[in-house]
Design a binder for this molecule. Sequence first.
Ligand SMILES: Nc1nc2c(c(=O)[nH]1)N[C@H]1C(S)=C(S)[C@@H](COP(=O)(O)OP(=O)(O)OC[C@H]3O[C@@H](n4cnc5c(=O)[nH]c(N)nc54)[C@H](O)[C@@H]3O)O[C@H]1N2
Ligand SMILES: Nc1nc2c(c(=O)[nH]1)N[C@H]1C(S)=C(S)[C@@H](COP(=O)(O)OP(=O)(O)OC[C@H]3O[C@@H](n4cnc5c(=O)[nH]c(N)nc54)[C@H](O)[C@@H]3O)O[C@H]1N2
Ligand code: SF4
Ligand SMILES: [Mo]
Length: 748
Amino acid sequence: MRRRQFLKGALYGTGSMIALGGCGSLTKVDQKTLAANQIAEKTVYSTCEMCTSRCTMAAKVRDGKVIKIEGNPNDSSTAGTVCARGSAGVSLLYDPQRIKKPMIRTGERGTGKFKEVSWDEAYTFIADKVTQIQQNYGPEAIAFASRINPQDAFFRQIAKAIGSPNTFSHEATCPMTKTTALEMTFGNPWIAADYGNAKYIITSGRNFFEGIHVSMVKGVMKAVQNGAKLVVLDPRFSVTAAKGEWVPIKGATDLAFFMAMANIMIKENLYDKDFIENYTEGFDKWVEAVKDKTPEWAEKETGIPKEKIIEITRDFAAKRPNALVEFGWRTPWTPNDYQCRRAILIINLMMGNWEVPGGYYQKKGAGVLQPFPDQAGYAKPTGGGYGPMPPAPKPSKGRIDGAGVKGTPGILIPVADGAVGQIPESILTEKPYAIKGWLVHRFNPVISMTESERIIESFKKLDLLVTCDVYMTDTAYYSDVVLPECTYLERYEPIIDQSGLIPKIQLRQPVVPLVYPDTKPAWLIYKELGQKMGIGDFFSFKDMEEFLERQLKPSGIAFDQMKEKGFWSPADMKPFYMRGKDPKAPAAPSLNEKGKMHIFSHEIEEAIPGQGIPVYTKYPQPGEGEFRFVQGKVAVHTNAGTHNVPVLNELMPTNSLWINSVSATKLGIKDGDNIVITAGKYEHKGVAKVTEAIRPDTVFCYHGFGRISPGLKRAYGKGINDNKLIPNAIGESGNVVTSMTFVKIRKV
Ligand SMILES: Nc1nc2c(c(=O)[nH]1)N[C@H]1C(S)=C(S)[C@@H](COP(=O)(O)OP(=O)(O)OC[C@H]3O[C@@H](n4cnc5c(=O)[nH]c(N)nc54)[C@H](O)[C@@H]3O)O[C@H]1N2
Ligand SMILES: Nc1nc2c(c(=O)[nH]1)N[C@H]1C(S)=C(S)[C@@H](COP(=O)(O)OP(=O)(O)OC[C@H]3O[C@@H](n4cnc5c(=O)[nH]c(N)nc54)[C@H](O)[C@@H]3O)O[C@H]1N2
Ligand code: SF4
Ligand SMILES: [Mo]
């Protein structure tokens, strides 16, 4: 398949493409031949999972095979678009390198020796080991980690039923510092931005056009097309920076930039005093905190001229309230990044951009509408799907990461996610107690978490490691048991809430029957495993049809209607901004009885005295011969999840290390040279990409390459694995830390 042809189809929806089952290649279909053969085509509407943006999608199915994936044309938020990765779902579905049968390890860990077994054998093996660990160490010695997904409902049910408190999502590697900031400031994290109506957008690293979420991309593009200014703080020139003004900030100094913005806004009276008074508390402490954070001071910290900081602040504030500082998505730059995200939220509050067009809003799930008489009728909430359940045993020990404990630093760690970096630490150090079993679902710690070698080292001390994935990933490769899930195109999942300014729920449903008959959906895997473990009564639903019927019942939306359209939104409802008509309307989310947003956070102050208001930490900058190492997303791959998918691997098989041309010249490095990157005790081979699109003190690579599982035949050994170089440090809100590693480069 030709790249240009694939991209054309993916991005512009033109040209038909067909996947030939089994080989995963795509060729043009002759529409006339199709008609002549009178082969019936149907379209199935579902939800994409090529990344967790989970856009709506439409799969064209011909003769039982998916021939094309495109956007759902009825969804105005995506305008019928999927991105290149969404389109490549066909290539994953028919990839012969998918895992097809359960496997149990037969050789030493890491030698890749497995035997294929029946599902029953695999369940028995896991159940026996879990029982042994429970008897020897207690149920809390088993940790569960997954990339957040709707089927967590079933995965986590196992933990709940055996009484382990140690459930983790991937979020510590991703938006956790933002989540903490939202929870501490607004009281909940279900907040989103109305990009499409913004007149000015500032981002701290958020790279909309490579870290893709189709409806967000559409929103930002709409704003920019309508003349909005886009300012991008990033040490490197990203695709997003190319669409606006690039502000090449020194890494780990963003908080200084935002404190200086606040300093100017206060000094020049450029903020919404009414809003601050009516809706927030603790502003006086913020005034005090930024008093000396002048543009002159910020220039020294950030490397951005003070005139530029002043100009941006004045122009931005002039667009009040339809302007926003984007709070970010992947945000673990520094150990205390949550303070930078808090400062960003506070600037937004100073803009009074809450619940107005072009600002931030509470996501309008059906539940949020209920207190508003003129909105409540548009949608009713969905319910639970499980059915009756016995009481779960109460865990006898606290979580290994202390998440959620009031009055302690653990309060900063969102308890639904946990600090996943603590799992390898607890395995290795046995503190606060030992973890002996690790169940991994749709997650790849070896490549996704920091310090790959330490993660692998920790595996050696485990009595049980289980991975459920679609590929023989780097983590699966070291596991005792590998469970093959079918893909998202072959299964039902619980209802997905994707509400924005209006409610929206989505269905994921099988588009075609199982391609590999011995693969299974996660709901069935964990239900059957639960039965084998004697906890089957925690899964009292017959199948997903029953589960979904129960979920949908209270909403009044028919299952058949969901199957037919793939999503549901109230057709006649207008985007709902709580302060759209009444600027003094009560703000819904609130942390305290007064219903105010917390500029000063009592909860943080109580846990870490002196930190209730954002405080600037001056982090080290790279010395002579050193570079700050940063990473990011690329448009044609997802995290570390798609590098072996045939068409995406063909589009981009490897990565390189971006290095500024001036710095490269000093080191005698030319574009395309082989290099060695060192960070402390670790080193990695790579190839240099010499460019002006990065600060001279920073190097960058796209994440997810340098794979170490030979089971990923296409991706194996190609490119740089960033996490081989980054130490596993746990930040203050439980986050991993990915922008604080300094590296040295030499030519080989
Ligand atoms: N195509 C594609 N789309 C995706 C994904 C994907 O893998 N591929 N993944 C999805 C997921 S899970 C996520 S979380 C989102 C992520 O979307 P984004 O949050 O936009 O993620 P990144 O590309 O990681 O953006 C990181 C940027 O921050 C910069 N940066 C690093 N350190 C600093 C710093 O100290 N200060 C500043 N100002 N900038 C810094 C990096 O140079 C990089 O350009 O994308 C989602 N969408
Ligand atoms: N240094 C550094 N580290 C990073 C990042 C970075 O930029 N720099 N990015 C971070 C970010 S933002 C994130 S979100 C994490 C992401 O890291 P992870 O949460 O590990 O996510 P992915 O790599 O997207 O996918 C995980 C696994 O899901 C599998 N998978 C795909 N579909 C299915 C399915 O239907 N069923 C099952 N069971 N498995 C499936 C894939 O094969 C893949 O192995 O990585 C983080 N790690
Ligand atoms: S952004 Fe692309 S890959 Fe992610 S869910 Fe949407 S269409 Fe799929
Ligand atoms: Mo992420």
